[in-house]
Ligand binder design. Structure first.
Ligand code: PLP
Length: 384
Protein backbone atom coordinates (compact mmCIF):
# COMPACT_ATOMS: atom_id res chain seq x y z
CA UNK A 1 0.00 0.00 0.00
CA UNK A 2 1.40 3.41 -0.87
CA UNK A 3 0.60 6.13 1.56
CA UNK A 4 0.14 9.38 -0.22
CA UNK A 5 2.14 12.37 0.86
CA UNK A 6 0.13 15.53 1.51
CA UNK A 7 0.60 18.16 -1.16
CA UNK A 8 1.40 21.18 0.99
CA UNK A 9 4.06 21.72 3.64
CA UNK A 10 3.92 24.22 6.53
CA UNK A 11 5.72 27.45 5.62
CA UNK A 12 7.46 27.20 8.99
CA UNK A 13 8.04 23.71 10.45
CA UNK A 14 9.21 25.00 13.84
CA UNK A 15 6.96 23.61 16.57
CA UNK A 16 9.54 23.35 19.35
CA UNK A 17 8.37 23.99 22.91
CA UNK A 18 11.44 26.07 23.67
CA UNK A 19 13.16 27.92 22.28
CA UNK A 20 9.90 28.53 20.45
CA UNK A 21 9.32 29.84 16.93
CA UNK A 22 10.29 33.47 16.42
CA UNK A 23 7.47 35.88 15.55
CA UNK A 24 6.50 35.39 11.88
CA UNK A 25 7.87 38.82 10.93
CA UNK A 26 11.26 38.19 12.52
CA UNK A 27 14.47 38.79 10.59
CA UNK A 28 17.91 39.10 12.16
CA UNK A 29 18.46 42.52 10.59
CA UNK A 30 15.50 43.85 12.58
CA UNK A 31 17.76 43.73 15.64
CA UNK A 32 20.21 46.18 14.09
CA UNK A 33 19.25 48.83 16.66
CA UNK A 34 20.62 46.75 19.55
CA UNK A 35 22.88 48.59 22.00
CA UNK A 36 25.78 46.30 21.16
CA UNK A 37 29.18 47.12 22.62
CA UNK A 38 27.57 49.61 24.98
CA UNK A 39 27.26 49.41 28.73
CA UNK A 40 23.91 48.18 29.97
CA UNK A 41 24.30 50.84 32.67
CA UNK A 42 24.62 53.66 30.09
CA UNK A 43 21.40 55.54 29.32
CA UNK A 44 20.93 53.73 25.99
CA UNK A 45 21.17 50.30 27.59
CA UNK A 46 19.17 51.16 30.65
CA UNK A 47 16.38 52.69 28.56
CA UNK A 48 16.04 49.46 26.59
CA UNK A 49 15.94 47.36 29.76
CA UNK A 50 13.28 49.71 31.16
CA UNK A 51 11.31 49.45 27.93
CA UNK A 52 11.43 45.64 28.22
CA UNK A 53 10.05 45.87 31.76
CA UNK A 54 7.35 48.42 31.00
CA UNK A 55 6.40 46.70 27.72
CA UNK A 56 5.89 43.50 29.70
CA UNK A 57 3.71 45.36 32.19
CA UNK A 58 1.61 46.96 29.46
CA UNK A 59 1.09 43.79 27.42
CA UNK A 60 0.41 41.45 30.33
CA UNK A 61 -1.70 43.99 32.24
CA UNK A 62 0.50 43.76 35.33
CA UNK A 63 -0.61 46.20 38.07
CA UNK A 64 1.49 49.34 38.59
CA UNK A 65 2.44 48.33 42.13
CA UNK A 66 3.94 44.96 41.05
CA UNK A 67 7.74 44.87 40.52
CA UNK A 68 9.06 43.35 37.30
CA UNK A 69 12.71 42.36 37.14
CA UNK A 70 14.97 40.96 34.41
CA UNK A 71 17.07 38.28 36.08
CA UNK A 72 19.81 35.82 35.10
CA UNK A 73 19.38 32.19 34.05
CA UNK A 74 16.05 32.32 32.26
CA UNK A 75 12.90 31.01 33.92
CA UNK A 76 14.94 28.60 36.04
CA UNK A 77 16.91 31.52 37.49
CA UNK A 78 13.74 33.46 38.26
CA UNK A 79 12.06 30.50 39.99
CA UNK A 80 15.19 29.61 41.97
CA UNK A 81 15.57 33.21 43.15
CA UNK A 82 12.01 33.16 44.43
CA UNK A 83 12.26 29.78 46.14
CA UNK A 84 15.56 30.53 47.83
CA UNK A 85 14.65 34.08 48.83
CA UNK A 86 11.09 33.62 50.07
CA UNK A 87 10.51 30.10 51.38
CA UNK A 88 11.06 28.92 54.94
CA UNK A 89 8.99 31.58 56.67
CA UNK A 90 5.91 29.29 56.87
CA UNK A 91 4.74 25.86 55.69
CA UNK A 92 5.02 25.15 52.00
CA UNK A 93 2.80 23.22 49.59
CA UNK A 94 4.45 22.08 46.38
CA UNK A 95 2.16 21.17 43.45
CA UNK A 96 3.50 19.21 40.49
CA UNK A 97 1.98 17.48 37.46
CA UNK A 98 5.02 17.15 35.24
CA UNK A 99 8.79 17.32 35.21
CA UNK A 100 9.39 21.06 35.75
CA UNK A 101 7.06 21.16 38.74
CA UNK A 102 8.77 18.01 39.98
CA UNK A 103 12.11 19.79 39.63
CA UNK A 104 10.93 22.58 41.94
CA UNK A 105 9.83 19.92 44.45
CA UNK A 106 13.35 18.44 44.43
CA UNK A 107 14.85 21.87 44.99
CA UNK A 108 12.66 22.71 47.93
CA UNK A 109 12.68 19.32 49.63
CA UNK A 110 16.17 18.05 48.88
CA UNK A 111 18.23 21.24 48.54
CA UNK A 112 16.47 23.69 50.86
CA UNK A 113 15.45 20.75 53.07
CA UNK A 114 12.00 22.20 53.72
CA UNK A 115 9.48 19.70 55.02
CA UNK A 116 6.96 20.71 52.37
CA UNK A 117 3.62 19.09 51.69
CA UNK A 118 4.03 17.67 48.19
CA UNK A 119 1.00 17.11 45.97
CA UNK A 120 1.65 15.44 42.65
CA UNK A 121 -0.44 14.12 39.78
CA UNK A 122 0.50 11.75 36.99
CA UNK A 123 1.14 13.04 33.47
CA UNK A 124 -2.21 14.01 31.99
CA UNK A 125 -3.81 14.77 35.33
CA UNK A 126 -3.77 17.68 37.77
CA UNK A 127 -3.74 17.77 41.57
CA UNK A 128 -6.89 18.43 43.58
CA UNK A 129 -6.88 22.22 43.50
CA UNK A 130 -9.65 22.38 46.12
CA UNK A 131 -7.40 20.74 48.70
CA UNK A 132 -4.87 23.54 49.03
CA UNK A 133 -4.37 25.50 52.22
CA UNK A 134 -3.46 29.07 51.36
CA UNK A 135 -2.13 29.76 54.84
CA UNK A 136 0.89 28.00 53.33
CA UNK A 137 3.16 29.23 50.58
CA UNK A 138 2.08 27.43 47.42
CA UNK A 139 4.44 26.71 44.51
CA UNK A 140 3.01 25.57 41.18
CA UNK A 141 3.39 25.66 37.41
CA UNK A 142 0.57 27.41 35.54
CA UNK A 143 1.09 25.30 32.44
CA UNK A 144 2.99 22.03 32.71
CA UNK A 145 5.03 22.25 29.53
CA UNK A 146 5.92 18.57 29.44
CA UNK A 147 2.42 17.18 30.09
CA UNK A 148 0.31 19.80 28.35
CA UNK A 149 -1.77 20.22 31.51
CA UNK A 150 -2.62 23.70 32.79
CA UNK A 151 -4.63 25.06 35.66
CA UNK A 152 -8.01 26.05 34.18
CA UNK A 153 -8.04 29.50 35.85
CA UNK A 154 -7.12 31.16 39.14
CA UNK A 155 -10.47 30.72 40.91
CA UNK A 156 -9.01 28.05 43.23
CA UNK A 157 -6.53 30.55 44.72
CA UNK A 158 -7.82 32.22 47.90
CA UNK A 159 -8.13 36.02 47.80
CA UNK A 160 -7.51 36.29 51.53
CA UNK A 161 -4.46 34.01 51.57
CA UNK A 162 -1.80 34.46 54.25
CA UNK A 163 0.82 32.54 52.29
CA UNK A 164 2.34 33.51 48.98
CA UNK A 165 1.62 31.94 45.60
CA UNK A 166 4.77 31.30 43.54
CA UNK A 167 3.86 30.52 39.95
CA UNK A 168 6.13 29.27 37.18
CA UNK A 169 4.24 30.68 34.20
CA UNK A 170 6.89 30.27 31.57
CA UNK A 171 4.74 28.48 29.01
CA UNK A 172 1.60 30.41 30.01
CA UNK A 173 2.59 34.09 30.00
CA UNK A 174 1.43 35.73 26.72
CA UNK A 175 -0.90 32.80 25.96
CA UNK A 176 -3.22 32.51 28.96
CA UNK A 177 -4.95 35.04 31.19
CA UNK A 178 -2.96 35.34 34.41
CA UNK A 179 -4.98 36.83 37.31
CA UNK A 180 -2.38 39.09 38.89
CA UNK A 181 -4.32 39.54 42.13
CA UNK A 182 -3.91 35.80 42.74
CA UNK A 183 -0.20 35.64 41.95
CA UNK A 184 2.49 36.89 44.35
CA UNK A 185 5.48 35.67 42.38
CA UNK A 186 5.28 34.94 38.68
CA UNK A 187 8.14 33.91 36.42
CA UNK A 188 8.68 33.28 32.73
CA UNK A 189 11.46 33.28 30.18
CA UNK A 190 11.81 35.13 26.92
CA UNK A 191 12.45 31.95 24.94
CA UNK A 192 8.89 30.69 25.28
CA UNK A 193 5.62 32.18 24.05
CA UNK A 194 7.05 35.27 22.34
CA UNK A 195 9.84 33.28 20.69
CA UNK A 196 12.55 35.39 22.33
CA UNK A 197 16.07 34.34 23.24
CA UNK A 198 17.01 32.29 26.28
CA UNK A 199 19.26 33.35 29.16
CA UNK A 200 17.04 35.96 30.76
CA UNK A 201 14.11 35.40 33.06
CA UNK A 202 11.34 37.66 34.31
CA UNK A 203 10.51 37.85 37.99
CA UNK A 204 7.22 39.56 38.85
CA UNK A 205 6.52 40.34 42.50
CA UNK A 206 3.31 41.45 44.19
CA UNK A 207 3.48 43.96 47.04
CA UNK A 208 3.00 41.03 49.46
CA UNK A 209 6.02 39.23 48.00
CA UNK A 210 8.07 42.39 48.50
CA UNK A 211 6.81 42.64 52.07
CA UNK A 212 8.03 39.08 52.69
CA UNK A 213 11.42 39.85 51.16
CA UNK A 214 11.81 42.87 53.43
CA UNK A 215 10.65 41.16 56.61
CA UNK A 216 12.16 37.69 56.37
CA UNK A 217 15.73 36.48 55.97
CA UNK A 218 16.20 32.83 55.05
CA UNK A 219 18.48 30.66 57.19
CA UNK A 220 20.63 29.68 54.22
CA UNK A 221 23.23 31.73 52.33
CA UNK A 222 22.21 33.37 49.04
CA UNK A 223 24.63 33.83 46.13
CA UNK A 224 24.87 37.29 44.61
CA UNK A 225 22.71 36.38 41.60
CA UNK A 226 19.81 35.47 43.93
CA UNK A 227 20.00 38.50 46.20
CA UNK A 228 16.99 40.81 45.90
CA UNK A 229 17.47 42.81 49.09
CA UNK A 230 20.19 44.82 50.75
CA UNK A 231 20.07 45.78 54.43
CA UNK A 232 16.51 44.46 54.67
CA UNK A 233 15.23 46.62 51.77
CA UNK A 234 14.32 45.57 48.26
CA UNK A 235 16.99 46.51 45.70
CA UNK A 236 14.60 48.66 43.66
CA UNK A 237 17.12 49.16 40.86
CA UNK A 238 16.73 45.53 39.75
CA UNK A 239 13.12 46.34 38.92
CA UNK A 240 14.03 49.46 36.98
CA UNK A 241 16.49 47.85 34.62
CA UNK A 242 19.65 47.88 36.76
CA UNK A 243 20.17 44.14 36.34
CA UNK A 244 22.14 42.12 38.90
CA UNK A 245 24.75 41.20 36.33
CA UNK A 246 25.37 41.88 32.65
CA UNK A 247 22.48 41.06 30.31
CA UNK A 248 22.72 40.34 26.58
CA UNK A 249 21.71 43.56 24.83
CA UNK A 250 21.07 41.49 21.69
CA UNK A 251 18.56 39.33 23.60
CA UNK A 252 17.00 42.53 25.01
CA UNK A 253 16.58 43.95 21.50
CA UNK A 254 15.06 40.69 20.37
CA UNK A 255 12.57 40.78 23.26
CA UNK A 256 11.65 44.39 22.42
CA UNK A 257 11.04 43.27 18.83
CA UNK A 258 8.82 40.43 20.09
CA UNK A 259 6.84 42.83 22.29
CA UNK A 260 6.26 45.10 19.29
CA UNK A 261 5.08 42.15 17.24
CA UNK A 262 2.76 41.15 20.10
CA UNK A 263 1.22 44.64 20.00
CA UNK A 264 0.72 44.29 16.24
CA UNK A 265 -1.41 41.15 16.64
CA UNK A 266 -3.72 42.70 19.23
CA UNK A 267 -1.67 42.38 22.41
CA UNK A 268 -2.45 39.75 25.01
CA UNK A 269 -5.96 38.96 23.76
CA UNK A 270 -4.64 38.62 20.20
CA UNK A 271 -1.92 36.26 21.40
CA UNK A 272 -4.37 34.17 23.41
CA UNK A 273 -6.69 33.93 20.39
CA UNK A 274 -3.80 32.78 18.19
CA UNK A 275 -2.73 30.08 20.67
CA UNK A 276 -6.36 28.98 21.13
CA UNK A 277 -6.86 28.67 17.37
CA UNK A 278 -3.66 26.63 17.00
CA UNK A 279 -4.56 24.28 19.83
CA UNK A 280 -8.15 23.98 18.61
CA UNK A 281 -6.95 22.81 15.20
CA UNK A 282 -5.10 19.96 16.94
CA UNK A 283 -8.00 19.16 19.29
CA UNK A 284 -10.33 18.85 16.30
CA UNK A 285 -7.83 16.63 14.48
CA UNK A 286 -7.69 14.34 17.54
CA UNK A 287 -11.51 14.27 17.75
CA UNK A 288 -11.76 13.10 14.14
CA UNK A 289 -9.40 10.13 14.39
CA UNK A 290 -9.17 7.27 16.81
CA UNK A 291 -5.42 6.66 17.06
CA UNK A 292 -4.30 9.77 18.89
CA UNK A 293 -5.47 11.61 22.01
CA UNK A 294 -4.63 14.60 24.13
CA UNK A 295 -2.48 13.60 27.11
CA UNK A 296 -4.48 16.03 29.28
CA UNK A 297 -7.49 14.04 30.48
CA UNK A 298 -9.81 16.87 31.51
CA UNK A 299 -10.56 19.24 28.60
CA UNK A 300 -10.57 22.18 31.05
CA UNK A 301 -6.88 21.52 31.75
CA UNK A 302 -5.74 21.19 28.13
CA UNK A 303 -2.87 23.48 27.32
CA UNK A 304 -3.17 25.91 24.41
CA UNK A 305 0.64 26.15 24.15
CA UNK A 306 2.39 22.83 24.77
CA UNK A 307 -0.16 20.43 23.34
CA UNK A 308 0.91 16.89 24.29
CA UNK A 309 -0.46 13.91 22.39
CA UNK A 310 -0.34 10.17 22.93
CA UNK A 311 -0.84 7.41 20.37
CA UNK A 312 -3.65 5.06 21.33
CA UNK A 313 -3.69 2.55 18.45
CA UNK A 314 -3.64 -1.01 19.83
CA UNK A 315 -1.47 -2.12 16.89
CA UNK A 316 1.46 -0.10 18.27
CA UNK A 317 3.92 -2.51 19.84
CA UNK A 318 6.50 -0.19 21.40
CA UNK A 319 4.98 3.21 22.19
CA UNK A 320 8.25 5.05 22.77
CA UNK A 321 10.02 3.92 19.62
CA UNK A 322 6.84 4.40 17.56
CA UNK A 323 6.44 8.02 18.68
CA UNK A 324 10.13 8.70 18.08
CA UNK A 325 9.92 7.21 14.60
CA UNK A 326 6.89 9.36 13.72
CA UNK A 327 8.68 12.50 14.94
CA UNK A 328 11.77 11.48 12.95
CA UNK A 329 9.78 11.06 9.74
CA UNK A 330 8.22 14.50 10.18
CA UNK A 331 11.61 16.05 10.85
CA UNK A 332 13.15 14.31 7.82
CA UNK A 333 10.36 15.77 5.66
CA UNK A 334 10.99 19.19 7.21
CA UNK A 335 7.32 19.49 8.13
CA UNK A 336 7.63 19.44 11.95
CA UNK A 337 10.82 19.97 13.93
CA UNK A 338 11.37 19.08 17.60
CA UNK A 339 7.96 17.60 18.34
CA UNK A 340 9.02 14.49 20.26
CA UNK A 341 7.64 14.33 23.81
CA UNK A 342 9.94 15.68 26.53
CA UNK A 343 12.51 13.14 27.70
CA UNK A 344 10.83 12.53 31.09
CA UNK A 345 7.26 12.55 29.74
CA UNK A 346 5.19 9.59 28.47
CA UNK A 347 5.84 8.56 24.86
CA UNK A 348 4.13 10.77 22.33
CA UNK A 349 4.36 14.14 20.63
CA UNK A 350 4.35 17.71 21.85
CA UNK A 351 3.35 20.42 19.43
CA UNK A 352 3.89 24.04 20.38
CA UNK A 353 0.86 26.21 19.74
CA UNK A 354 1.90 29.56 21.22
CA UNK A 355 1.05 32.75 19.32
CA UNK A 356 4.19 32.90 17.18
CA UNK A 357 3.02 29.75 15.40
CA UNK A 358 0.68 30.33 12.46
CA UNK A 359 -2.56 28.32 12.45
CA UNK A 360 -2.06 27.70 8.73
CA UNK A 361 1.19 25.91 9.59
CA UNK A 362 -0.51 23.69 12.16
CA UNK A 363 -3.21 22.92 9.60
CA UNK A 364 -0.63 22.10 6.95
CA UNK A 365 1.32 19.88 9.35
CA UNK A 366 -1.58 17.72 10.58
CA UNK A 367 -2.12 15.76 7.32
CA UNK A 368 1.60 14.97 7.49
CA UNK A 369 1.15 13.62 11.01
CA UNK A 370 -1.52 11.29 9.61
CA UNK A 371 0.84 10.33 6.79
CA UNK A 372 3.73 9.64 9.23
CA UNK A 373 1.46 7.59 11.49
CA UNK A 374 0.25 5.42 8.63
CA UNK A 375 3.75 5.03 7.21
CA UNK A 376 5.03 3.93 10.60
CA UNK A 377 2.19 1.46 11.15
CA UNK A 378 3.03 -0.01 7.73
CA UNK A 379 6.75 -0.12 8.56
CA UNK A 380 5.99 -1.86 11.83
CA UNK A 381 3.88 -4.48 10.05
CA UNK A 382 6.63 -5.04 7.47
CA UNK A 383 9.24 -5.48 10.20
CA UNK A 384 7.10 -8.08 11.98
C1 PLP B 1 7.33 25.00 33.09
C2 PLP B 1 8.78 25.27 32.84
N1 PLP B 1 9.55 25.69 33.84
C3 PLP B 1 10.85 25.96 33.66
C4 PLP B 1 11.46 25.80 32.45
C5 PLP B 1 12.90 26.12 32.29
O1 PLP B 1 13.01 27.25 31.51
P1 PLP B 1 14.41 27.90 31.15
O2 PLP B 1 15.18 26.86 30.40
O3 PLP B 1 14.01 29.07 30.33
O4 PLP B 1 15.06 28.25 32.43
C6 PLP B 1 10.70 25.37 31.35
C7 PLP B 1 11.32 25.17 30.03
O5 PLP B 1 10.78 24.58 29.15
C8 PLP B 1 9.33 25.09 31.57
O6 PLP B 1 8.59 24.68 30.56
Amino acid sequence: MTIERPAARPANPRFSSGPCAKPPTFELNKLAGAALGRSHRAAVGKDKLKAAIEGTRELLGIPADYRIGIVPASDTGAVEMALWSLLGERNVEMLAWESFGAGWVTDVVKQLKIDAEVKTADYGQIVDLASIDFNNDVVFTWNGTTSGVRVPNGDWIADDRAGLTICDATSAAFAMDLPWDKLDVTTFSWQKVLGGEAAHGMLILSPRAVERLESYTPAWPLPKIFRLTKGGKLIEGIFQGATINTPSMLAVEDYLFALDWARSVGGLQGLIARADANAQAIFEFCDQIDWIDNLAEDPATRSNTSVCLKFTDPRIRDGASFAKAVAKRLEAENVALDIGAYRDAPAGLRIWCGGTVETSDIQAMLPWLKWAFEAEIAAQAEAA
